[in-house]
Design a protein around this ligand. Structure first.
Ligand code: NAP
Length: 229
């Protein structure tokens, strides 16, 4: 079991992931700018989990400092400041980034320009002492919240340059989908995963769904092989 800290864990995405991770048996610390808000979220999740104390509320710094694996689940707006504030607390930790740098205008959702290439690469550049992977960009908070079972029609695509961070994210994906995440290559591919979410948001709006990603051509034995790598 891994101690997981969710930075921005009071939002729909952080809360949804926290619920799935805790249900899989991982102790989870919900981080927030407000310890009161995170305590409320932790209480709500512990109640949903049928009682117990596997989820606790704390500050973002508290969650970062106490975890083995941190999940960055804050909006892109304000992301640079979050990274600056948590650099010391996240040193030597595995950091999984699911931040999508997106803008919205009359034509819908669109990817924003990020000088480093992606939010995940920005995190890697800012958090020199952390091992960063990118995952969970394309799974909707609505499905995380509303569907009782594993999202087993969904693939979690994981990008990363650090093997430990990448395999940790691939393993944690199983708490969400029931199967290991897919190795989607180097961290620079996070820019594709992040911007792909603009496409999904457009699909969701047009069809009134909460679409995710599923790759074809990956039989179960092939998935197992990748997970063991
Ligand atoms: N929602 C989805 O379906 C979805 C799917 C895939 C990926 N994502 C990505 O996951 C991230 C979180 O999504 P979300 O929908 O949960 O976002 P959100 O509700 O807008 O924000 C999550 C939490 O971040 C904190 N926060 C808000 N503004 C902040 C700021 N300027 N600085 C620091 N913390 C701030 C808030 O917590 P406190 O006020 O308690 O500190 C908030 O509850 C985003 O980057 C999004 O692109 C979302």
């Amino acid at each position: 079991m891994r101690n997981i800290g969710i930075i921005g864990g009071t939002g729909p995405q952080g809360k949804g992931l926290a619920h799935r991770f805790a249900r899989a048996g991982h102790p989870v610390a919900i981080g927030s700018r407000s310890a009161e808000r995170s305590a409320q979220t932790a209480q709500e999740l512990n109640t949903r989990l049928g009682g117990g104390t596997s989820v606790r509320g704390t500050t973002n710094a508290g969650a970062a400092g106490s975890c083995d694996i941190a999940v960055l689940a804050v909006p892109f707006q304000g992301f640079a400041e979050v990274l600056r504030n948590l650099e010391a607390d996240l040193a030597d930790k595995i950091v999984i980034c699911c931040v999508n740098p997106l803008g919205f205008d009359r034509q819908g959702a669109h990817g924003l320009y990020v000088p480093e290439g992606s939010a995940a690469e920005q995190a890697a550049a800012a958090l020199g002492g952390s091992a960063v992977a990118a995952a969970f960009h394309n799974v909707s908070a609505v499905r995380l919240r509303d569907e009782p079972g594993p999202l087993d029609d969904t693939d979690i695509l994981v990008a990363g340059d650090d093997p430990d961070a990448k395999s940790a994210a691939m393993e944690l994906s199983a708490a969400v989908t029931g199967r290991t995440g897919i190795d989607a290559g180097a961290l620079r591919n996070a820019r594709v995963l992040e911007q792909l979410t603009a496409v999904l948001i457009s699909v969701n709006k047009n069809y009134r769904v909460s679409a995710g990603i599923a790759l074809s051509g990956l039989a179960a034995d092939v998935r197992d092989r990748a997970g063991a790598a």
